[in-house]
Design a protein around this ligand. Structure first.
Ligand code: KG4
Ligand code: ZN
Length: 369
């Protein structure tokens, strides 16, 4: 199975085999676009589609070469056709259809979010089902009940920002380069995670309040009708950058400490602790619900870019072992966007005799909603 992934800012292709129920990754090629988007501090959709167009064929060639697979030897072509940036998805979807048609092999479109969960099956033993699935990425933070890798029922998702988005925007507030999640992960190692006590979000998987709290730690609480007396002069940012959301219950900060290296590392560690704590809390509450409903999962399956976060991995390991539930985390290279997870899920579908028509279209939203 050749898999193609172009949903956001990674152009990826991979060849995966399915034998004896095991998914074996034969190649995993990624043409990163970090250099294209870094100057803008985030992904620019138009630039992403153009960069996919330039990188895709060389990346497919690389994936086939590394796998030692000729195009003729491919049994099928799978693509992540949803969700994502529509222009980016169209590049991969069109290429996958054209390749499948010209080779005379089946074409399959798979859901990128479901593929993040299938990543936990790559190069690893089978998982016992039913499982609780947790996707933590730049676009999604959601829980699922997985009857198997192809039968996935959505349970809950973030009411506001995805956790990866909270990592990335938090990194921007701290003046760290894009992409920010791995930067916070690295910097947090050098900081004190109890230097700042961030509030515990009231809703499960809600991260936008934590992001605002970090902003206020860095720039001070902006003046408002309720707290203006103490806050005048507290903002270190220009008025044009004043955040629109104000927490009335927060006391005005008369003065914020300077954002030197030590403070930046302390804030990164404390913020990461709060984000990870909020993810684990959401998972714990779902497990409690499932146990009360007599639906205890056989395993916890985690996927998505934020699953590469070292603190999250460690806390999830501790959580799962305390509850005696097997935990399946993908290897780091299959957490962030990649095409092996697309090929893997495609291979599982193809093994059931499934394929899709060539008029299948790219879709901005996931089917798992
Ligand atoms: O799954 P992914 O590659 O793309 C989406 O489907 O969104 O996830 C990307 C997200 C970004 O927000 C990135 O900052 C975050 O995953 N990320 C991390 C780490 N590595 C990637 N966040 C925290 N710690 C990391 N080590
Ligand atoms: Zn992703």
């Amino acid at each position: 199975m050749l898999g193609i992934e172009t949903s956001c800012d990674e152009t990826a292709a991979s060849v995966v085999d399915l034998a004896d129920g095991r998914l074996r990754v034969r190649s995993n090629a990624i043409g990163s676009q970090v250099d294209v988007h870094a100057p803008y501090g985030g992904v620019v959709p138009e630039l992403a589609s153009r960069a996919h167009l330039e990188r895709l064929l060389p990346v497919i060639r690389q994936a086939c070469d590394e796998a030692g697979a000729s195009l003729d030897s491919l049994h099928a072509v799978a693509v992540g056709h949803r969700p994502g940036l529509i222009g980016s998805l169209l590049v991969g979807t069109s290429a996958a259809k054209a390749l499948a048609w010209s080779l005379g092999v089946p074409f399959l479109g798979v859901d990128h979010v479901a593929a993040h969960l299938a990543a936990a099956l790559l190069d690893q033993p089978p998982i016992p089902f039913p499982a609780t699935g947790l996707v933590v990425s730049g676009g999604h933070t959601a829980l699922f009940r997985m009857l198997d890798p192809l039968s996935i029922v959505p349970l809950a998702r973030t009411p506001d920002d995805a956790v990866g988005e909270a990592f990335d925007k938090g990194a921007t507030i701290l003046g760290l380069p894009y992409p920010g999640g791995p930067e916070i992960d690295r910097l947090a190692e050098h900081g004190k995670d109890d230097a700042v006590r961030f509030p515990v979000p009231r809703m499960d998987f809600s991260f936008s309040g934590l992001k605002t709290a970090l902003l206020y730690e860095v720039r001070g609480v902006p003046p408002s009708p309720r707290n203006s007396a103490g806050a005048v002069g507290a903002m270190t940012a220009p008025a044009s950058e004043t955040p629109s959301m104000v927490m009335p219950s927060m006391p005005a900060t008369p003065k914020v400490p300077p954002l030197d290296d030590r403070r930046r590392a302390d804030l990164a560690a404390s913020y990461q602790r709060a984000l990870v704590g909020a993810v684990v809390r959401g998972l714990r509450r779902e497990l409690e619900r499932a146990e009360a409903a007599d639906e205890r999962p056989q395993a916890i399956v985690v996927g998505g870019g934020v699953a590469a976060n070292r603190r999250l991995r460690a806390e999830l390991e501790a959580f799962a072992s305390a509850r005696s539930v097997p935990l399946r985390l993908p290897p780091m290279r299959y957490c962030v966007d990649n095409a092996a997870m697309i090929a893997g899920l495609g291979a599982l579908r193809a093994a059931r005799g499934e394929h899709d028509p060539l008029d299948l279209t790219a879709q901005p939203l996931s089917s798992l909603r």
